[in-house]
Design a protein around this ligand. Sequence first.
Ligand code: ADP
Ligand code: MG
Length: 137
Amino acid sequence: MEKTLSIIKPDATKKGVIGKIIDRFESNGLRIAAVKKLQLSVENAKKFYEVHASRPFYNDLVEFMTSGPVVVMVLEGENAVLKNRELMGATNPKEAAPGTIRADFADSIDANAVHGSDSLENAKIEIAFFFANTEIL
Ligand code: ADP
Ligand code: MG
C-alpha cells in the first residue's frame, strides 16, 4: 500500500468537477485517506513548488495555484503514486491519453486540473506539507 498527494487545481474547482475527479480515483482503486478544500497563500504555493523555482513558468504557476480554491487529498492504494500519475495523464492535456483526467478536464499545460506526487519520496514530503498524521484515516 502506498500513499500519494493529489491536488485538484483552481481551474477544476472553478469548473465544478471536484466530484467527477474524485470519482476517477475511487473507481480505480485509490481510497481518499484525507481531503480538504483550501486557498493556497502565495508563500505556501512558492514553497510547495520550490523544485520549479528556476523554471520560466514558476511565477505563473504560483499565480495560477493561488487564483482560487484547491482540494488537497491523500490517495491510498496499491502503487498509488504511479496509478495516480496514470489516471492524471501527461502534463500537457494535448498530449494526455484519452480518458485521463487531464485529457477530459484540463484546458492548458498550466491550467491542467490536477497535481500528483511524482515519487514515493516526494509523496511523503508533500503529504506532510498539508496534513497532520491524525488527519489521515
Ligand atoms: P506535473 O504536474 O505533470 O508533475 P511538472 O512537475 O513538470 O508537471 O510541472 C508542475 C506544474 O507546472 C504543471 O502541472 C503545470 O501546471 C506547470 N507547468 C509545467 N510545465 C509548464 C510549462 N511549460 N508552461 C507552463 N506551465 C507549466
Ligand atoms: Mg510534478
